[in-house]
Design a protein around this ligand. Structure first.
Ligand code: FAD
Length: 120
């Protein structure tokens, strides 16, 4: 059996930027890769909304589709433009999955993203 701390370390050290949010996308947790990709330390970003990452040039319909999908307990996968803490834009390949409680109600969201700017 895998010890619990190994589960924690797996998330912490996973080579993809992971964040856990509440139902309104307020950030509760970020892993090490998230810090590398975004430039934000946990102390900078915990409690803030994921929208701080938005470059604001991503078309509104992308966010609308994102929320429409995840609030129906489905997984959303797509690309949007994010902004690094230092200001540089990057293309993010993002997957958001709802986390359900024992009653099957959304309790949190998990976000996983990569900077894929270099592939374009
Ligand atoms: P918002 O005020 O957030 O609104 C945009 C539209 O989204 C609204 O018109 C509405 O249709 C819808 N909406 C917003 N909040 C809710 C809600 N609680 N319930 C239902 N519908 C809602 N955005 C990024 O730009 N980059 C990211 O990397 C990113 N990662 C995310 C990761 C997770 C886990 C989650 C849950 C969201 C993520 N978002 C990300 C989306 C982010 O929370 C914002 O919705 C988005 O950045 C637009 O922000 P805004 O302030 O411009 O607009």
């Amino acid at each position: 059996k895998v010890p619990y701390r190994i589960f924690l370390e797996t998330v912490e050290q996973a080579p993809i930027a992971i964040s856990i949010t509440d139902k309104k996308a307020n950030i509760l947790y970020v892993n090490e890769e998230f810090v590398k990709v975004t430039g934000y330390q946990p102390a900078d970003i915990l409690g803030q909304n994921e929208s701080v990452l938005s470059d604001k040039i991503t078309p509104r319909h992308v966010y609308h589709d994102l929320w429409h999908t995840i609030s129906r307990k489905q997984i959303w996968q797509g690309r949007l433009i994010n902004r690094h803490k230092q200001g540089a834009r990057y293309l993010s390949d993002l997957t958001i999955a709802p986390m359900l409680d024992e009653q099957g109600i959304i309790s949190h969201y998990i976000g996983m993203h990569r900077d894929i700017t270099a592939t374009y």
